[in-house]
Design a protein around this ligand. Sequence first.
Ligand SMILES: NC(=O)c1ccc[n+]([C@@H]2O[C@H](COP(=O)([O-])OP(=O)(O)OC[C@H]3O[C@@H](n4cnc5c(N)ncnc54)[C@H](OP(=O)(O)O)[C@@H]3O)[C@@H](O)[C@H]2O)c1
Length: 335
Amino acid sequence: MSSNTQNPVLLIGGSGVVGSRAARTLRRLQPGLPITLGVRDVARAQTLARELGGAEAVRINLERRDLGLPETAAFSAVVVLLKDDTLNSMKYAQAKGLPYVSFSDFVFDIGPEVALHIQHPTRSPVLLLGHFLGGTVTLATLHFARAFRRVDAIEIGAVFDEEDMGGPAARGDTERVTKDLPSPLMLKDGRFAWARGEDVYRDFVGVDGAQWRGRAYPLLDVVSLATATEARTVRLDFAVREAASRPSGQGVSHEVIIEITGEREDGTTGRVRHELIDADVHSGLSARGVALAVERLLGLAGGPPVKPGLYHPEGLLDPTSVVERLKEFGTRIRP
Ligand SMILES: NC(=O)c1ccc[n+]([C@@H]2O[C@H](COP(=O)([O-])OP(=O)(O)OC[C@H]3O[C@@H](n4cnc5c(N)ncnc54)[C@H](OP(=O)(O)O)[C@@H]3O)[C@@H](O)[C@H]2O)c1
């Protein structure tokens, strides 16, 4: 274990819908790991810090290079659970040589972070984790893809409850992507394309047999899966369930359908379908993805502390182990 891990993990946005769940999951996985919640409203975050134990809340000012923190502040990692369009949190992590996790970038957003890493490639391990559900879907897909000798197509469909939109920061991001930048990236017949027209939509069948019309979404899963496999088609489509059409007695939940086409290890070709069902808001599974990544970056699970470099979740975490952990956390995976 690195001596660095004595210092707290700084969770910027750690009191939010995802952040509070990431903090609780991290506490459950690592009872002795100190946590600092970096926020604007310290009083609100202090309530959570007390519940967590071994935690404190500090005020963060993203406009400042020092984030408004005292010079003596020391952390083991910086995790940013909101869109930091100043890059100051990443500059802070690099200045101190700390692992950095960004969590709120769509596929068209990562240019500035990639450029900052290229400027200082040896300073910090930088994890780009804007992936769907904190990277858990890409990792589960790569686990299922292990049954194939050759993967031809990966099509992922997800159904969200209309009341499962996250907190104000998440709603701001959704508005940003739906209003300003409508073209989603997909890999189609071996070519990356910012889809338009009918290509944007895909019909898929939900876990209960319901028909959904999904809309492609520009998340990093497309590039991760396209580069981690030889697939010629990769896409990710979201549909929204109206609260009124929720089965009676069922609360907010979400489902993910992963379909892979290719040649199996036994030489037969075909399509498989797997389902992930989670009876929590989508932020819960996303937070588990963050917690598993932080544990790994610090060297508290799965290997030694991660060296400086630019990472996606599949470069850090073993897909099969993550699927096992998700089952332990209560996500249903079928078959
Ligand atoms: N990759 C994924 O899987 C995934 C999944 C879900 C959500 N997300 C992203 O995660 C982010 C958080 O979503 P959420 O639903 O948790 O939103 P949220 O409930 O609004 O949480 C935002 C958090 O950030 C803090 N915050 C906001 N502005 C800040 C600032 N300028 N400086 C410091 N702290 C600030 C808030 O506390 P104060 O108000 O006290 O500052 C709060 O703790 C969003 O960007 C969303 O798009 C990613």
